[in-house]
Each structure stands twice: as C-alpha cells, then as structure tokens.
Write a protein that binds this ligand. Structure first.
Ligand code: ATP
Ligand code: MG
Length: 458
C-alpha cells in the first residue's frame, strides 16, 4: 500500500463508508506519503454533508471548525482529523477566500479546486489513489504546477502565488514554466492578501531546503510584500570580505543558517540596511558603517507589518543589530556577552555569525575554526554553569548587608563590582572569596576616604 493510513484515520474513513458515503484522505498527507515522508497531519474529504458527518461520527468528540466551509475536526483516539465535505469554491471577489462554497458529492470536483497537482490527489482505503491532474507524475518530475489555468487560479486566490514558492522551497521542486510565468505576471495579487497568511507561508518557504534558489529566482515576488529588499538587489559591496552583491550574500547566508524561523529571518534581514549606509574610502573600498542598526530598525518594521509574534520580532531585531558584535577575546568576553544577551540569544548569535561568514569570501571562511573554538568555549561556560549574571552570583544583597554593608545604593554597587570581578576572572564565584573581595574593596574605600579628608584638612 502506497499510503499507510493510521488506524485513527482509518476508523473515521470506515464509519463514513459504512454509512454509504464516499470518503478518502486528501492533499498534503497523500503527497507526503507518495514522497516517502511521514505526513504531519491527515485530512479527510467526504461526500457526507457536515451534519451527516457529525451524525455518523457521534461517538467521537467533534469541533465545529468551519461548518460554513464544510469542515469539522474529529478527535480520533487523541488525533485531530479535519473532515471536509467535497466542495467547489464560488467566486473569490476579495482574492482571498471564496465568497461561498457549494458542497458536491463528487471527489473530482473537490480535487479540481485545489491549488497544485501534487496537492490534488486523494486515496480511498479500498480503491487506491485518485489522481486526475497528473500529480504523481509531477511528484516524479519534482514539479509544482497549478491545477487548471494558472492565471485564473492565482487571480482567484493570490496566496497561491506564495504557496507555489513555499512548496517549491520545502519540497525542493521547480515550478513549471507556465505556472512560474503566471505567478510573476500576477504577483500584485499578493497585495490584497492578509498579512497573517503571508507570514505563515513565507516562514515555511524560508526554512525549506530550496530557499536560496527561490529567493534568487523569485525575488520580485518576495519584493511585493517586502519592498525593502529591492535596494539590495545587485548592490555591489566593493569590499575584500565580500565576493557577492548584497542580495546574493543575503540569500546564501539564509541557506547557510539552520532551518529555524528565527535564524533564517535574521539572515534575510541582517544586511538590508547596507545600501543606505554605503561609503567608499580613498582606495575605492566600500564600507557600510552603522548598517546593523539600520537593518535592525528595518527588521522591526518589516516583521511588525507581517504580523510576526512580539517575541520573534524582539529576538530577530536584536540578532540583526548585534550581528557584527565581536565574540573573540576568550571566556571573559563570552561571559560579558552572556551577561548582556543571555544563553539562548548568544547561542543563536554564534549561528548567525557562522552563516554570515559562510556567505563571504574564502579568506573569511578560513576564520570558521576560530568560531568553532568560540562555540566550544561558550558551551563549556554553560556546561560548567559559570557565573555571568547576578542571578548566579554566589552572594546576594542580603549577604552583603549581613557582612556589614549599609543598606541602599552601596549594596547594588558592590554586587555589580563582584559580578564584574567574577566575569573578568579576578575573583572566584565562591561565598568566602567574594566576601573577602568586598572587605578589601571597602578597605580601599576607607583608605581613600582618609586620604581625601587628610587632603582637605591640609
Ligand atoms: P502541509 O504539509 O504544509 O500542511 P498541505 O498540503 O497539507 O501541506 P495545507 O495548507 O494544510 O497544505 O492545505 C491542505 C490542502 O488544501 C492542500 O494540500 C491543498 O489541496 C488545499 N489548499 C490549501 N490552501 C489552498 C488554497 N489557497 N487554494 C487551493 N487549495 C488549497
Ligand atoms: Mg496540512
């Protein structure tokens, strides 16, 4: 069997068919099964109307997810399964979702409303694969192709333009030439699409194995919703560290980063400020002073517009601003950076630096072993639970007060001083050593006070 239907899904299909309805699994789960990948979720399509589905499946918990569009979610042995009535979509006057849907008893009609041939296949538990639009061939050819006329399909729903790029990136497929020409031609359709829908498809695109190629070949489509990238296209760097223009460097750095949304977004945005900071010195070498800050501001604006979460915006904008921060100088510097950035962000910053370096000149890449040393040093600090913040300093304010420090600002000043000494390796993070350090420090102060008063007395 080419599609291995899990038992939770099979029991839903069985009940529907036992009740004389047609039912099958459809879309992404069929596509992924044929590719030999484990599907993330299973969608069921059926000739049963939503009320009929709910009636025959009344033994299950059911959530009325989108009754108007024919969808209910069935909880089968802990697995949520979307069960949707076969439907044909009405007109798309807003270019986003159908104004109305019409239910149909025919699977083929339901398949014909789907976006791409590879997403328009169904599988019945008894009758096998239903592939009316050549999806299986396109999977073999690694091709994304619209079901039907691409111009019509993209004008019905502009999001499909970005979905085509998303699937091409995630599956590492090429886009059929007719579909590709059409999506370029119709790219302004993306202007009317809800930013949240763009955000979700775009994030998947960025994390796919084909991201670099798609960002290169379809940059004008991406520019439609991130116009800020346009200034980087073909912008020469004239700098010995770089062998690519700003956009080419950017997309290579995206691909060099691990497939994680935060890191890939950071790489996409990290140099966007460069074209606005360009200067040349006397020998004609290009510089981009201040670009991390400008890029950070741009990242903030872009990610807000695309409705990313506040946490994501905060982290990405920070990583962009700090992407050139020096990490060399041994454990002391790393403890300082840890104090400022915290463990998670510094670990990501090391990844950012690596991806950035991998997209630079070969000479720069020779520095990668140094970065690996930095990473190891960083992991050692974490593993050994070395102290880099007041939280893990072996004394606190109360300890200092017990040791005779007067309450108030002096406590804070001494704690900062102790932390600094520990970070610099001048004092061990041990209670006794720290209290001795305080004593010596206060002694110095007293001496200083005597000197001063002696001085003024003269
Ligand atoms: P994933 O593995 O990312 O979930 P998927 O193929 O399941 O991939 P979904 O976005 O979950 O993608 O959509 C499920 C199915 O619904 C698709 O396979 C496709 O058949 C259909 N579909 C989704 N969005 C659209 C759309 N905008 N236009 C036409 N058909 C769509
Ligand atoms: Mg899905």
């Amino acid at each position: 069997m080419i599609v291995k239907i899990p038992s939770q899904v099979d029991s839903v299909l069985q009940i529907l068919t036992r009740n004389e309805f047609d039912a099958c699994v459809v879309g992404g789960c069929v596509r992924d099964s044929l590719l030999g990948k484990a599907p993330t979720d299973w969608d069921v399509a059926t000739s049963a109307l939503p009320e009929e589905t709910m009636r025959v499946l009344d033994g299950f918990s059911i959530i009325k997810t989108g009754l108007k569009h024919g969808t209910v979610t069935v909880l089968s042995d802990g697995m949520p399964i979307e069960v949707t009535t076969y439907r044909v979509d009405g007109a798309y006057s807003d270019g986003r979702r159908p104004d109305e849907v019409t239910f149909t008893g025919l699977l083929t009609e339901d398949l014909s409303r789907r976006d791409f041939t590879v997403n328009a296949m169904a599988y019945r538990r008894t009758g096998g694969l239903v592939d009316r639009f050549g999806g299986r061939d396109d999977l073999k050819q690694k091709t994304i192709r619209c079901v039907g006329n691409p111009d019509i399909r993209f004008r019905e729903d502009g999001l499909r333009i970005l979905r085509a790029l998303r699937f091409a990136s995630v599956l590492d497929f090429t886009i059929d030439s007719e579909t590709a020409e059409s999506l370029n031609r119709n790219r302004t359709m993306l202007d009317g699409i809800a930013r949240e829908r763009i955000c979700s498809e775009f994030t998947k695109l960025l994390c796919g194995p084909g991201a670099e190629r798609i960002l290169r070949e379809y940059r004008s489509v991406i520019e439609e919703f991130i116009p800020e990238i346009g200034a980087s296209f073909d912008f020469p760097q004239n700098n010995p560290h770089h062998i690519y223009d700003v956009w080419e460097h950017t997309i290579r750095s995206v691909a060099a980063a691990p497939p994680d949304p935060t890191l890939r977004l950071t790489m996409l945005l990290h140099d966007l400020g460069k074209p606005f900071c360009y200067s040349e010195d006397r020998s004609g070498i290009g510089h981009f002073y201040g670009h991390p800050e400008i890029s950070g501001k741009m990242a903030d604006v872009i990610l807000k517009r695309l409705r990313y979460s506040r946490k994501m915006i905060g982290t990405v904008a920070l990583l962009v601003r700090k992407h050139d921060l020096s990490l060399s100088g041994g454990e002391k510097i790393l403890r300082r950076r840890l104090n400022r950035l915290g463990e998670d962000d510094l670990r990501m910053l090391i990844e950012v630096r690596r991806a950035d370096t991998l997209a630079k000149s070969l000479k720069d890449q020779e520095k990668l072993p140094l970065l690996e040393n930095i990473r190891e040093m960083f992991e050692t600090i974490i593993r050994e639970k070395q102290c880099y913040s007041l939280r893990n300093l072996a004394v606190n304010g109360a300890d200092l007060i017990d040791a005779g420090v007067p309450e108030g600002a002096e406590v804070g000043r001494l704690l900062t001083l102790l932390l600094d000494a520990v970070i610099e390796g001048k004092c061990a993070n041990q209670r006794e050593a720290l209290l001795d350090y305080v004593k010596a420090e206060r002694g110095k102060l007293d001496d200083g006070a005597h000197c001063t008063s002696a001085g003024t007395g003269l």
